[in-house]
Structure formats: structure tokens, C-alpha cells
Design a protein around this ligand. Structure first.
Ligand code: HEC
Ligand code: HEC
Length: 165
């Protein structure tokens, strides 16, 4: 009797497992990819007209690489020449009025300060990007640290007022 019951339970378990395996894969949609299956490449829209307004943008956090407020199409960056450093190198900024690259760009990975821009920072556009005037693909409600602190202080003040009454 007991053995029979166990067998029945086992059968049930096997049946439920196999039915779970047979379920069709759920379709996956990502806002950036659209309905293109994960195994295929998407056709991204062509980049056209990068923002070129020369207005430096606020950084989201202290160590964010600032975005580039000017066009950089066709700038040469290879072993012979770095167009970005032609303006942004410390020695060039008096004539170009570009913002000099900061001290971190002269440090190697052990934190030693070098006499020239570190090879880790040579390919500027690994970290810095120009901006397109495009609609954001995904929603973002990131708040920078100043906003967070300000909000916290406001609620604290409001709470203090409420307890005084
Ligand atoms: C002709 C000179 C020139 C060249 C070449 C140049 N820049 Fe600039 N860059 C500037 C100037 C001037 C500014 C200040 C804002 C402005 O006028 O656009 C600036 C601003 C920036 C900023 C904003 C910094 C901040 O703190 O907000 C970044 C990042 C930047 N450039 C990166 C680059 C990169 C990367 C390249 C190469 C692909 C490059 N620049 C090439 C002149 C130049
Ligand atoms: C590995 C990433 C990385 C690379 C590569 C890189 N940067 Fe940066 N850059 C940063 C970060 C992070 C900051 C902001 C924090 C800091 O200054 O270290 C920054 C800051 C800057 C600033 C603002 C400096 C200031 O004092 O406000 C300029 C201008 C700049 N970079 C230009 C360049 C140029 C030109 C190159 C190429 C020669 C370059 N960066 C390569 C990460 C990078």
C-alpha cells in the first residue's frame, strides 16, 4: 500500500516536471533592442547630429567622466596623433581654452603620477562620449547626491516643525 502511494507521488512529480520543461520560451523584449531576438543583431539608428552647444553638463556623480559638449567626428586618435590632447593636454589649454585633463589621467594603475597622459587614458572615447539629441530609450529616475541630501534635509525640517507644534 505504502509503496503504491510513493509510486503514484513519483509519477505525479515526473509529469509536472516534464510539463514545466515543455512550456514555450517566453518572448523577451528589451526597450533598447525592441522585439529583435537575442540571437540576432539589431539595426541601430544612424547617429547624425551630435550636440555641439559647448555647454558643460552637470555630472551625475563626482567621478563620472563628463560628457563631451562638442562634436568629435573624424578626430584622429591613434599611435601617431591624439586630436583630443591637441586641445586638452595641460600644455595646450592656454591657447585652446579647453578644460585640461585632470590629474587622474596622468596616473598609472598603481597610482603613480606620470609625466604624460597614461596609456590607460589615451583612448578618450572609451569613457567620454558626445551626446545625440535623441529620446531616451529607457526611463531613468536617477537623482544626484545633492538632490538626495537636499530632500533628506527638507523632510527632517518638516518633521522637526511637526513635532514642535
Ligand atoms: C579644438 C579644440 C578641442 C578638441 C580637438 C577637443 N576638445 Fe574637448 N573641449 C574643448 C573646449 C574648448 C571645451 C570647453 C567646452 C566647449 O567649448 O565646448 C571642451 C570640452 C570637453 C569636455 C567637457 C569637460 C567638462 O568638464 O565638462 C570633454 C569631456 C571633452 N571636451 C572631451 C574631448 C574629447 C574626448 C576630444 C577628442 C575626441 C576632444 N574633447 C577634442 C576643445 C577641444
Ligand atoms: C578610463 C576612462 C577615461 C579615459 C580613457 C579618459 N578619461 Fe577623461 N575623465 C574620466 C573621469 C572618470 C573623469 C572625471 C573624474 C576625474 O577627473 O578623474 C574625467 C575627466 C575629464 C575632464 C574634466 C577634467 C576636469 O578637471 O573637470 C576632461 C577635460 C577629460 N577627462 C578629457 C579626457 C581626454 C581628452 C581623454 C583622452 C586623452 C580622456 N579624458 C580619457 C575618465 C576617462
Amino acid at each position: 500500500m505504502n509503496i503504491l502511494r510513493h509510486l503514484a507521488l513519483l509519477l505525479c512529480l515526473c509529469a509536472s516536471l516534464s510539463s514545466a520543461q515543455q512550456q514555450p520560451a517566453r518572448s523577451f523584449t528589451d526597450a533598447a533592442r525592441g522585439p529583435t531576438p537575442i540571437t540576432e543583431s539589431t539595426k541601430p539608428p544612424v547617429l547624425g547630429n551630435a550636440i555641439n552647444d559647448d555647454v558643460r553638463r552637470t555630472r551625475g556623480w563626482a567621478t563620472q567622466p563628463p560628457t563631451i559638449p562638442h562634436r568629435v567626428d573624424g578626430y584622429q586618435i591613434d599611435k601617431n596623433f591624439n586630436k583630443c590632447l591637441d586641445c586638452h593636454a595641460r600644455a595646450r589649454t592656454e591657447t585652446t581654452q579647453a578644460i585640461p585633463v585632470s590629474a587622474t589621467h596622468y596616473m598609472d594603475r598603481s597610482g603613480r603620477v606620470l609625466g604624460q597622459v597614461s596609456t590607460r587614458r589615451y583612448f578618450c572615447m572609451q569613457c567620454h562620449v558626445a551626446q545625440e539629441n535623441a529620446r531616451p530609450l529607457v526611463q531613468n529616475n536617477f537623482q544626484d547626491v545633492d538632490t538626495v541630501i537636499q530632500r533628506a534635509m527638507q523632510t527632517q525640517k518638516a518633521n522637526e516643525k511637526a513635532t514642535k507644534k
